[in-house]
Design a protein around this ligand. Structure first.
Ligand code: ATP
Ligand code: MG
Ligand code: MG
Ligand code: MG
Length: 469
């Protein structure tokens, strides 16, 4: 059985042998890209290379890229702990061709890696292709020897990738594994595709067009390749487990959580251990890349991740800060691959400890209020927006933390009323400030807030990007 670290190297070495330049992961905060909150895919650092704005001395590259999907367009935060396959932080393994090889070689390279190097059995594998991509379907028939029932045609945006409204785009082909009938769920494209039985683990993107304007698409003279394979997912597959959280890396982290809270997981509380392990990684890597918990933008996403984890630690009975105690285990497991973790170890632990200490003061009281106010509610009912706002404003509960806390009981939050309470407070604050002779500061503040709101619309995440205790 190979560990996560070995699997990462196997992938990179394989593509290095195939003429790809191995590059280190780029930071989680994208350089020069105000449209994006966090790096959320392996191709992000190469955007300008794909569009031709930037030239590099190589035409093939391979990376293990740190990704966070906890804000903006891709937000998997609410999936974490509830699905076996989603994280807020994960590593995306990728190979890239910048106008070099295209579809035939990309499929060939992928197929050889998963069947020869990784030894996956053809019988368990299946693929999707974009509905009208006959070329990809043909290649899968030839290269993998798949019959037509193993090549599923999908006509939705799931199988058509676009960088934005304009720019490079093209069909994708995703590779799935059938984890067997003991798990629920149907194949991709079926009504119950969200089950755990069929697991997507690799996405091959064929960038072959350029969208110049709506309705006008040109064929690119030198098409490119972008692929993304979730390291945690391929590790689960190769280690013969059906959840990312049962891989060697997550077992080590969950053991550390058990140790820190003084008890092992039980059937009713496994999700809390998973959320803590996941959020620890996201928090640590974000701090290592220069994000600190704050009240808006990236800092507020980090704060929300940290506080959600802290609530779960509280649920497991811990009354002292625990997250910071887990940092050495994470550094031991991942520091060799990501030396920035070693360099920032002290800062990460101290940032977690401070945030835990700060939130601890209000967490317990806030939870008591949440308990009392939701006691008489049942599935389908909503917590009042006023209560959610008080929890937010006075007790530092991000809205999504309150929602997460009620989710297991099927209870929601009256988000309209929450939004109104927020607006009332904002107006009151504006009125109070207008007489204080600090108009200049105020203008700057609202300017910043509005810019953040405009570039990163996160629904209520944006609404909550201020005013925390
Ligand atoms: P899913 O449908 O499972 O949410 P996706 O289609 O959104 O995945 P892609 O954008 O195609 O994912 O990303 C490429 C690969 O990255 C996926 O095939 C998967 O292996 C991995 N991946 C994507 N999101 C996550 C996540 N939140 N946690 C762990 N791995 C992920
Ligand atoms: Mg997804
Ligand atoms: Mg998908
Ligand atoms: Mg996908």
């Amino acid at each position: 059985m190979s560990g996560v670290n070995e699997i990462r190297s196997t992938f990179l070495d394989y593509f290095a042998r195939g003429g790809h330049t191995v590059l280190p992961s780029s930071p989680l905060v994208p350089r020069n890209d105000p449209t994006l909150m966090f790096t959320n895919a392996g191709m992000v650092p190469f955007k300008n290379v794909f569009t031709g704005i930037e030239k590099r001395p190589y035409s093939r590259a391979t990376t293990a890229q740190k990704c966070v999907r906890a804000g903006g367009k891709h937000n998997d935060l609410d999936n974490v702990g509830y699905t076996a396959r989603h994280h807020t932080f994960f590593e995306m393994l990728g190979n890239f061709s910048f106008g070099d090889y295209f579809k035939p070689q990309a499929i060939e390279l992928a197929w050889t890696l998963i069947t020869r190097e990784f030894g996956l059995s053809k019988d368990r594998l299946l693929v999707t292709v974009y509905a009208d991509d006959d070329e990809a379907a043909d290649l899968w028939r030839k290269i993998a020897g798949f019959s037509d029932d193993k090549i599923i045609r999908i006509g939705t945006s799931d199988n058509f990738w676009q960088m934005g409204d304009t720019g490079p785009c093209g069909p994708c082909s995703e590779i799935f594994i059938d984890q067997g009938p003991s798990l629920r769920g149907g194949p991709p494209g079926s009504p119950d595709e969200d089950g755990d039985r069929f697991l997507e683990f690799w996405n091959l993107v064929f960038m072959q067009y350029e969208q110049v304007e709506p309705g006008n698409r040109l064929a690119l003279p030198h098409p490119s390749i972008d692929t993304g394979m979730g390291l945690e997912r391929i590790a689960a597959i190769l280690q013969g487990v059906t959840s990312n959280y049962e891989t060697d890396l997550f077992r080590a982290l969950i053991d550390a959580v058990s140790h820190a809270v003084g008890r092992p997981p039980e059937p009713g509380n496994v999700a809390s251990y998973r959320v803590i392990a996941d959020h620890l990684r996201a928090s640590a890597f974000l701090v290592a890349d220069g994000v600190l918990p704050g009240n808006e933008g990236r800092g507020y996403v980090l704060r929300r991740i940290m506080r959600r984890a802290m609530r779960h630690a509280e649920l497991l009975g811990s009354r002292e800060p625990v997250m910071f105690r887990l940092v050495p285990t994470l550094v031991r497991e991942m520091g060799a691959a990501y030396p920035e973790l070693i360099r920032a170890e002290g800062l990460i632990a101290e940032t977690l400890r401070l945030e835990e200490t700060r939130f601890r003061r209000t967490l317990e009281r806030g939870l008591a209020i949440l308990d009392a106010e939701s006691r008489d509610l049942g599935p389908g009912q909503n917590l009042s927006g006023e209560t959610a706002f008080t929890l937010y404003d006075t007790y530092g509960f991000p809205l999504d933390l309150t929602q997460d806390a009620l989710k297991a009981r099927g209870i929601g939050v009256d988000t309209d009323a929450f939004g109104q309470a927020m607006e009332r407070q904002r107006k009151a604050a504006r009125a109070a400030w207008s007489g204080s002779g600090e108009a200049a500061t105020e203008t700057v503040w609202y300017g910043i807030r509005e810019r953040v709101g405009a570039t990163e619309f996160l629904g209520y995440e944006t609404e909550t990007a201020e005013g925390i205790v």
